[in-house]
Design a protein. Structure first.
Length: 278
């Protein structure tokens, strides 16, 4: 089934409350919400989240990839700005507004290929959601997970339940010392396909390796956005065929070859990952 054939759930504005917040070290948190009877997201989709207790600061909702769906959807947050700091201090019972599910989901995996998931930092969220959805089909993907240090690999232990996991760190504090693309290059062949989410430079490198090896590759786009459904036009991403596409509606999940990676980096530098709101 192609991405265009996937029936996406209808977006809704959900008034809900936080069931629990689980801290992973000082910087990462998993937030779980109460959403009984709501239309659940598909792996790769995202939500725009805001607490009704924030007042006027921060004013805008934050885009976050779903870590899980169902009646108790969850999000992975890295504290790195005002909005994420507020989320990182949220307590059970705090009221929230979640607009979603938004955007396109990951395309259906090819049953004749093995799935390789390449994650950087909080980019693990939509990929772990995908991996858990594959568990029911008997598939166990390979997860290549990179971070600056061993403290930047949240949920790596959880991922081991549904994936074969190999990790890399820039400082060598855990796993292979170096970049995650060094592991990827050794695993590419005509029997695999790649899904990736993380910093734009990492995804560009993953895309280039896959192009060269003729391996299918899909990315989860990351760009600043204010609305999440194509009105604000703040998440324009340079397209390979010229012009722009919008991460919130064309993406976030899209074939890597559709993106002009050189212009994307020149336009945004290193945009915050979904889950790393500024």
């Amino acid at each position: 089934m192609t991405q265009s054939q996937v029936q996406l759930p209808k977006r809704q504005l959900l008034q809900t409350h936080l069931l629990r917040r689980e801290s992973i070290g000082n910087s990462y948190h998993v937030l779980t919400f109460d959403a009984p009877g709501e239309t659940g997201p598909l792996p790769g989709q995202f939500t725009m989240i805001r607490s009704s207790e924030w007042g006027q600061a921060p004013l805008l909702s934050r885009p976050m990839s779903y870590l899980s769906g169902g009646p108790t959807p969850s999000l992975l947050v890295k504290v790195c700005g005002e909005g994420s700091a507020r989320l990182g201090r949220a307590e059970a019972g705090e009221p929230f507004l979640l607009l979603g599910p938004l955007g396109t989901a990951w395309r259906a995996p090819d049953p004749n290929r093995r799935q390789i998931l390449v994650a950087g930092g909080v980019g693990i969220a939509p990929l772990l959601f995908l991996a858990k959805s594959l568990a029911g089909t008997g598939k166990r993907p390979l997860l290549l997970y990179g971070g600056r240090t061993n403290r930047d690999l949240p949920l790596s232990d959880d991922a081991a339940e549904s994936c074969q996991v190999e990790v890399t760190t820039d400082d060598g504090s855990l796993g292979h010392r170096g970049r995650v693309t060094e592991l990827l290059e050794r695993t590419l062949n005509d029997q695999v396909e790649v899904y990736t989410c993380g910093p734009d430079r990492m995804m560009a490198a993953v895309a280039n390796l896959c192009f060269a090896a003729h391996v299918p590759c899909e990315v989860s786009l990351e760009a600043p956005m204010a609305c999440g459904y194509g009105v604000c036009l703040g998440c324009a991403v340079p397209a390979a065929l010229g012009g722009y596409m919008y991460a919130c509606v064309t993406g976030p999940c899209i074939e890597a070859k559709a993106v002009d990676w050189e212009r994307t980096h020149a336009t945004f530098g290193k945009p915050a990952a979904k889950g790393e709101p500024t």
